[in-house]
Design a protein around this ligand. Sequence first.
Ligand code: GDP
Ligand code: FE
Ligand code: FE
Ligand code: FE
Length: 195
Amino acid sequence: RYQQHLYNGTRDELVEAVHQQLRDKRFNHCLRVEQTAIQLAEENGVDLEKASIAGLVHDYAKERSDEAFIGMIKKHQMDPDLLNWGNAVWHGIVGAEFIHDELGIDDEDILNAVRYHTTGAVEMSPLAQVVYMADYIEPERNFDGVDEARQITHKDLRAGVAFQTKHTMLYLAEKNAPIYPATLLTFNRWVAQKQ
Ligand code: GDP
Ligand code: FE
Ligand code: FE
Ligand code: FE
C-alpha cells in the first residue's frame, strides 16, 4: 500500500488500473520504467514510492483517442497551441490530467514528472529527471547509444538528462519532425547552458 496522500490503494491496484488502459507491450514497458525509476531514485535520494507511481503511470493516457485529448485540453482550458500537436506531445502533458481525474493522483511532483517525461522542461525536479531518464534507458530500449546513455545516467543523472535532450533533438531534426517549443527550451537549459 502506498502512502495515502500519493495514491489511495496498493501497488497491485495501481498496476491493474494501468494494465486496463494499455496493450501488454506498453504495459510491460511501464513496469520496466517503474523498476528503472526506482533504481535511479535509490541512486539519487528520490522518494521510492513517487518513483514507482510516476514510472507506472507515465504512459497511462498514451492509447487514448485524439478526440479524448482534445476534449481534455478544452475541459481544462489548457494552452490552445496544444491543439496543433499530437499524441507524442499530448500523452504526457495532457495525460497528467487523466491521471489526476481518473486515478486521483494529485501530488504535483508526480504529475509534473509525467507532464515532462517526453519533452523535458526547463525546471525538472529530481523525480522528473528520474522518470525522464528511466523512460529512455529502461532495459528493453535498444537504440544506438543506449549503453552510453545508461552509463552516463547512472554516473550523473543531470548529465543523462542533457544527453537524452541533445540526442532527441538531433533525432527529430534528422527526420524533419516539428520540435515542440518546450523541447527547445529544455535543450537551451540543459544542453546549451548546462549548469
Ligand atoms: P514513449 O511514450 O515511451 O514511447 O516515449 P516518449 O514519451 O519519451 O516519446 C514519445 C515520442 O515523442 C518519441 O517518438 C519522441 O521522439 C517524440 N518527441 C519527443 N519530443 C518531441 C518534440 O519536441 N516534437 C515531436 N514531434 N516529437 C517529440
Ligand atoms: Fe511516453
Ligand atoms: Fe522519453
Ligand atoms: Fe514511456
